[in-house]
Design a protein around this ligand. Structure first.
Ligand code: CR6
Length: 819
């Protein structure tokens, strides 16, 4: 165990008394009758007492020290279960396991009672969670600002193979034990209304917003516990409530619904997380969520700044605000509005402060994910903000005119306002113009941001566009989820690697050590067994852990190409049945993926994989060589079982489409070998592990562009490749949907007549060939073990601690402050 202040302070008897107290006073239960859930809740509350104390102490210390802080604004924080992870960070895992054991409770079982707070969609939200963990672990002063959604990402089940969505009331009836309400931090948020001009007491012409309605922002803090230190930072989640929730007079008049109308309306704002990943929705309620989030967060930042006795002029010296994608962009005009209309600063001063405060992270190049909001909608909901956006654009257009005189094309392209039948506000352009730093999330992605997305901005603002490669926290993604591997690593390199991932490079010298290889592979086998047991118990499918466990877990999206994986499975099926000379090592293909409820083709792909799974898992002709398992309701807690159990990691997006990926890093750390394209962070992973230790295939970014320019014809591949043809044609038959041919044909149709927008067919042959290579190499277990060990050893770059240090040193200019 690393030494830890809290470990030494742990008072077992006091802790047990606190658990008992919560069991009786909070959950009205007694030790002899309480359910596992009540025990978990009472334990959580007792632990939250410790973390809340440290949270308040950290807040006080940072205010006193006048420390510079980062404010991470994100509409998503996919934190996953907190209890196990916080116990590790607090250094109390063993102590609490022991204390609970004495009370007749098994900690591992209690941890299973926690429902995942799924307050995010995928990579972007999970990245925010890893970043908060790394900020706290390294004591870089930070506040995470998000929304307290009543319903997290929908729960997924399959009915006859099709995705069905159900609401996720993640807090349960009793509430979430880790969160604390902060009533003194509430904020009032305005909406609608109009702008009026007036002359102030000094005779100055001013403008102000006269809102049409107001709602209340209620603050909930979740503790982000620093690993092996005492700092605890808040993840502050805002819940929207009505400030006049109930009209007694309407109720007395018999208007029972009308009496509650305002509560219903306000409650809708933070009711649900929009379930889109890499796709904008464009709904008015989503804009309201975004503004509500920004208004509460900016007001809270200013409150803290002032409460610590700082002047508004020093805002950008003490606070920086990182925008996680464009979702919180409206924070920029919101801060400008407050500086102009409330602090009465002139435009130049307000702009200087604001543009030195904000920085923006771009997470995608996909056009359908780049947010635009109709000017009319913003005008109606946020009239003063629209004026400010116009003014920002007006001044910016002057700069463009100076740089490219008379060039209307470049003006049209760069303008924050997109002209057309309906004028739209381009949030990414607003961000680039109004921030001091813009970063992409992997080296390749950041190059493409400069080269393809914002080339003129890069010329206008040299140095503003930069890169910070993503990372993941080694605490959750190795130490917590893979205890077997963690013990092995600690034995070889010491136990401080979770906070200093560079240390795992020390494993490199054991890559050829046969005894170590055996132990490493034994751990892998145990992890595969843990997953196989889960599958047996929850899905009734029996799996052989000698098979290759090949896993693709991520949101369902055409660009991620789960259907390329499916085509290879169909090709294997075809060969096993039709080619007597064909041999393969047994393989289990795992999938985990949610599809956005409105994304029809994504849902068709899920259906097809499920139908293929039903058939192959029960087809005796395959001799158990091929299994397909689609894990329902993929979420962080399942990811914790899946990553450690993988032999092969599928990272097969069309080159240029996956900004970074972060699952790719988690797999490799846990010793899976990657099959992947030259996309996102795969490129940097290859640099780290070397070409021999990763399976790269497929077209490069520029080859993709060239092929598209030349006129891509998917039929060319279909006609030239009989295996591809066999795989695709299986989708037309009733092989997997007996008696109902054509049920899976939508995928084939999209790939052939739909033009195959993500070049699945172009990459198919190379993918199949590379999978064959994996099959051959897996048979040599020593070489495989060596490669797997090297993957673990050479992943230190992808710790989110390094990402956060990059942000802190190169963008935020932030220093650690210890408690
Ligand atoms: N969908 C990218 O697609 C990246 C994460 C975090 C994504 C993914 O490649 O790893 O962000 N982008 O940077 C968006 O959400 C817009 C994602 O998670």
């Amino acid at each position: 165990m690393p030494k830890n202040g809290q470990t030494q302070q742990f008072d077992k008897a006091a802790f047990q008394a606190a658990v008992e107290k919560h069991l009786t006073t909070t959950y009205a239960s007694t030790a002899d009758t309480a359910t596992a859930r009540s025990w978990y809740l009472a334990m959580g509350k007792a632990l939250a007492e410790i973390s809340t104390g440290n949270l308040l102490a950290t807040e006080k210390n940072l205010a006193e020290q006048k420390a510079r802080s980062v404010n991470y604004l994100s509409l998503e924080f996919l934190i996953g279960r907190l209890t196990g992870n916080n116990l590790i960070s607090m250094g109390l895992y063993e102590n609490v396991a022991d204390a609970m054991e004495e009370m007749g409770q098994n900690l591992t079982d209690l941890l299973e009672e926690e429902r995942d707070p799924a307050l995010g969609n995928g990579g972007l939200g999970r990245l925010a969670a890893c970043f908060m963990d790394s900020l706290a672990a390294q004591e870089y002063p930070a506040v995470g600002y998000g929304l307290h959604y009543e319903y997290g990402l929908f729960r997924q089940s399959f009915v006859d193979g099709r995705q069905v969505e159900a609401p996720d009331a993640w807090r349960g009836l009793e509430g979430y034990p880790w969160e604390v309400l902060r009533p003194e931090l509430n904020q009032e948020v305005s909406l609608y209304g109009h702008v009026e001009a007036y002359t102030d007491e000094n005779g100055v012409e001013c403008r102000r917003w006269v809102p049409g309605m107001t709602v209340e922002g209620v603050a909930w803090d979740l503790p982000i516990v620093g690993y092996d230190n005492k700092s605890v930072y808040p993840l502050r989640l805002w819940e929207c409530r009505s400030n006049a929730p109930f009209s007694l007079s309407r109720f007395n008049d018999g208007d029972y619904v009308g009496a509650q109308y305002s509560a219903l309306e306000a409650g809708n704002v933070t009711k649900v997380l929009y379930p889109n990943d890499n796709h904008e929705q464009g709904k008015a309620l989503r804009l309201m969520q975004q503004y509500f989030h920004c208004a509460c967060s900016v007001a809270d930042i200013l409150r803290r700044h002032e409460a610590a006795g700082n002047s508004i002029e020093s805002l950008s010296e003490l606070e920086t605000i990182q925008l996680n994608d464009t979702h919180p962009t409206i924070a920029i005009p919101e801060l400008m509005r407050i500086l102009l209309d409330e602090y009465k600063l002139g435009w130049d001063k307000a702009w200087e402060i604001s543009s030195k405060t904000f920085a923006y992270t771009n997470h995608t190049l996909l056009p359908e994910a780049l947010e635009t909001w109709s000017e009319a909608l913003i005008q109606q909901m946020l009239p003063r903000h629209m004026e400010i956006i116009f003014e920002i654009n007006h001044r910016f257009m002057k700069l463009v005119e100076q740089t490219w005189p008379g060039n209307n094309e470049v003006k049209r392209k760069l303008s924050i306002i997109q002209e057309g039948p309906q004028r739209m506000v381009r949030m990414a352009n607003l961000c680039v113009v109004s921030t001091y730093a813009v970063n992409g999330v992997a080296a390749l992605h950041s190059e493409l941001v400069k080269r393809d997305l914002f080339p003129e901005f890069n010329e206008l603002f040299p140095g503003r566009l930069t890169n910070v490669t993503n990372g993941v926290t080694p605490r959750r993604w190795i130490k917590y989820c893979n205890p077997g591997l963690s013990t092995l690593i600690s034995e070889k390199v010491g136990d401080d690697w979770p906070a200093n991932l560079e240390k795992i490079a020390g494993l490199e010298k054991f890559a050829d050590d046969e005894a170590f290889q055996k132990r490493y592979m034994a751990v892998k086998k145990e992890n595969k067994q843990r997953l196989a047991d889960w599958v047996q118990e929850n899905m009734g499918i029996e799996l052989d852990t000698d098979a290759i466990f090949d896993i693709q877990i991520k949101r369902l999206h055409e660009y991620k190409r789960q259907h390329l994986n499916l085509l290879n499975i169909l090709a294997l099926y075809h060969r096993l049945l039709n080619d007597p000379t064909f041999d393969m090592h047994p393989r289990v293909f795992f999938f985990g993926a949610k599809a956005a409820p409105g994304y029809a083709l994504a849902k068709d792909i899920i259906f097809a994989i499920n139908k293929v799974a039903e058939k192959v898992n029960n087809d005796p002709r395959l001799g158990g060589k091929l299994k397909v398992v689609f894990i329902p309701d993929y979420r962080v807690s399942l990811a914790e079982i899946l990553f450690p159990a993988a032999d092969v990691s599928e990272q097969i997006s069309t080159a240029g489409k996956e900004a970074s990926g972060t699952g790719n890093m988690k797999f490799a750390m846990n010793g899976a070998l990657t099959i992947g394209t030259m996309d996102g962070a795969n490129v940097e992973m290859r640099e780290e592990v070397g070409d021999e230790n990763i399976f790269i295939f497929g077209l490069l970014v520029d080859e993709v562009l060239k092929l598209k320019q030349e006129g891509y014809d998917p039929y060319r591949y279909y006609h030239a490749d009989s295996l591809l043809r066999a795989a695709l044609d299986l989708l037309e038959t009733d092989e997997f949907t007996p008696g109902n041919p054509g049920q899976l044909a939508a995928i084939r149709h999209n790939l052939l007549d739909g033009g195959d927008p993500y070049l699945v067919l172009a990459d198919f042959a190379d993918y199949v060939k590379t999978q064959e290579k994996i099959d051959a190499e897996y048979r040599d277990q020593k070489t495989w073990a060596r490669k797997a060990i090297l993957n673990t050893a050479l992943m230190s770059k992808f710790s989110s601690d390094r990402s956060i240090r990059d942000y802190a040193n190169n963008i935020w200019k932030l220093e650690p402050v210890s408690l």
